[in-house]
Design a binder for this molecule. Structure first.
Ligand code: 9D3
Length: 246
C-alpha cells in the first residue's frame, strides 16, 4: 500500500512513522508512506495556504488551489480514496480501517484553521473522517491514528501470532482482564481458574469477563454482537451476580 499525506507540518510525521509497527512495515515494504508540504503547491512568494472566509467572520479557511495541485501531482491521473481529516467527518471505526486497508493507495488531507474550502470536499475528497468528539489543533494526529489502524491490518504488518481481527473490536467485545507472574502481588492473587490449567474453564471465564467488561463500560457494543447461547448463559450469570452485589 502507498499512503500520501498532505500537510502544512510535514515534520510532524517523521518520528511516529519511523517507530514500532509503522516503521517495521515500511522497512519490510508492506507500506510506503510519503508526506507532502502543502506550501510546495502554492504559487505566491509567501506560500499562502489560507485566506479569510467569504461572508466574513473570525478565523481562516484553507484555500482550494494548493490541495488541487497536490492531489493532481500525487495521483497523476490514478484513482484512489482521498480522505479529509475533519471534525465533521464520519466517526472512525475498525470497520472503516478495514475498508481503507483494502485499497492500494490512500491520500490523506490534513485540515487546519476553521476548515477547508468546500470545493475541496466537493471535487477532491471521497471520505471525511473524524477520530472522535474532541477538539484537536489539526488533522495531523488524526491522520496518524488512521494510518496506524490501517497499516496493522495489512498482511505481515503485525509480527504477532494472533491475527489483528482477533483483538478488541475485531469480535466486537472488549477484552477480558490479563495477568502474568507473580501469582500474588501486594496481596492481590491471580484468579484461580487461570492458574489451574483447565482450558475449557479458562475459555469460558475469559468470555464471561469480556462480556462483563463490555456490559459495564460499553453497553452499546453488546447489542451489536452476535451472542451465542453460551453468551446468554454467561450474561444471565453476570446479571445474577450483579443483583446479588457480588
Ligand atoms: C470552532 C469550530 N471548530 C470545529 C469543532 C473548528 C475546528 C476545530 C479544530 C476546526 C478544525 C479543528 C482541527 N481538527 C481537525 O482538523 C480534526 C479533528 C478533531 O479536531 N477532532 C477529531 N477528529 C479530527 S480529524 C481532524
Amino acid at each position: 500500500m502507498r499512503v500520501d499525506i498532505v500537510t502544512i507540518f510535514p515534520e510532524f510525521f517523521d518520528s511516529p512513522l519511523g517507530c514500532s509497527i509503522l516503521g517495521r512495515a515500511q522497512q519490510a515494504g508492506i507500506v510506503q508512506v510519503e508526506h507532502h508540504d502543502l506550501r510546495d503547491y502554492t504559487d505566491d512568494a509567501h506560500r499562502t495556504v489560507d485566506d479569510s472566509p467569504y461572508g466574513g467572520g473570525a478565523g481562516m479557511v484553507m484555500k482550494p488551489e494548493p490541495f488541487f495541485r497536490a492531489c493532481a501531482d500525487i495521483l497523476g491521473g490514478e484513482e484512489a480514496p482521498v480522505v479529509l481529516l475533519t471534525p465533521q467527518g464520519e466517526p472512525f471505526s475498525q470497520q472503516k480501517a478495514a475498508q481503507l486497508a483494502a485499497q492500494e493507495r490512500l491520500v490523506l488531507l490534513c485540515g487546519h484553521y476553521e476548515g477547508v474550502d468546500e470545493r475541496v470536499r466537493e471535487a477532491l475528497v471521497t471520505d471525511e473522517i473524524s477520530i472522535g468528539d474532541y477538539v484537536l489543533s489539526g488533522g495531523e494526529l488524526a491522520a496518524l491514528v488512521v494510518i496506524d489502524a490501517v497499516v496493522r491490518l495489512l498482511p505481515g504488518a503485525v509480527g504477532n501470532d494472533q491475527s489483528p481481527v482477533q483483538e478488541s473490536f475485531g469480535d466486537g467485545l472488549l477484552e477480558h482482564p490479563h495477568y502474568t507472574r507473580p501469582a500474588e502481588f501486594e496481596g492481590r492473587a491471580v484468579p484461580g481458574v487461570l492458574v489451574e490449567g483447565n482450558h475449557e474453564r479458562i475459555r469460558r471465564w475469559r468470555r464471561k469477563e469480556s462480556l462483563r467488561r463490555t456490559l459495564q463500560r460499553r453497553p452499546e457494543l453488546v447489542g451489536r454482537v452476535e451472542l451465542s447461547s453460551e453468551d446468554h448463559e454467561l450474561l444471565k450469570e453476570i446479571w445474577q451476580e450483579m443483583s446479588a452485589g457480588m
